[in-house]
Design a protein around this ligand. Structure first.
Ligand SMILES: CC(C)(COP(=O)(O)OP(=O)(O)OC[C@H]1O[C@@H](n2cnc3c(N)ncnc32)[C@H](O)[C@@H]1OP(=O)(O)O)[C@@H](O)C(=O)NCCC(=O)NCCS
Length: 169
């Protein structure tokens, strides 16, 4: 649960019952993704979206993230992660979208959502090969957020950051 919040949240898989249109994180591209593309992408297994629902507000989306599979070339791994890794691309989970509604920022919800995605990744890594989570930060402010919560910048593309799942086991 978000440490600083008095509101409790559940992370649920997106469905048509949630009020997608009421969501506003201030970023047109991320709003648009939730409003127009998230459900359609989920139905086609392109990316799966999870929403944070505040207690007692069953249809409100306070935040969301979308995840899909990906891979990372060996030469793009942070130097601290190359030991023991094969020279071919390593399997990754991509945090494809993440946003918190403006009404709910600053309460630890962004960190809670990333934690929820990382827990899923660790669970999947017990079933299917998966070693790292990666995220393309939408801007430098978002990159700083990911760095603050423990992500590492990739050496050649610093707006892409990663989190080694081994750090959680
Ligand atoms: C970035 C975003 C997800 C952060 O969500 P949030 O719920 O406000 O963040 P949290 O409250 O969970 O913050 C967790 C920690 O990160 C810090 N933090 C938040 N935004 C930060 C930033 N831009 N830079 C550095 N640190 C930041 C918080 O101070 C907090 O630190 P603390 O626990 O040490 O006090 C949210 O502001 C947002 O949706 N922004 C617009 C969309 C966006 O940029 N998404 C990312 C796309 S890749």
């Amino acid at each position: 649960l978000p440490a600083k919040s008095t509101v409790a949240y559940r992370a649920e898989k997106l469905s048509a019952t949630f009020d997608r249109k009421a969501f506003d994180c201030g970023h047109p591209r991320l709003n648009d993704y939730l409003w127009k593309f998230a459900l359609q992408n989920q139905e086609r297994s392109i990316a799966t979206t999870y929403v944070a629902v505040p207690d007692g507000r069953a249809t409100t989306i306070a935040g969301f993230y979308a995840v899909c599979t990906s891979q990372l070339e060996f030469q793009n791994l942070p130097p601290s992660m190359t030991k023991g890794m094969p020279r071919y691309p390593v399997p990754a989970m991509r945090l494809a979208q993440l946003a918190v509604d403006k009404r709910f920022t600053g309460q630890g919800l962004g960190e809670y959502l990333v934690g929820s995605a990382l827990r899923k990744a660790v669970s999947i890594s017990n079933e299917v090969g998966l070693v790292i989570m990666i995220v393309d930060a939408i801007d430098e402010k978002a990159a700083t957020f990911y760095e603050h919560i423990g992500f590492l910048r990739l050496p050649h593309t610093p707006q892409t950051l990663c989190f080694p799942l081994s750090a959680l086991e």
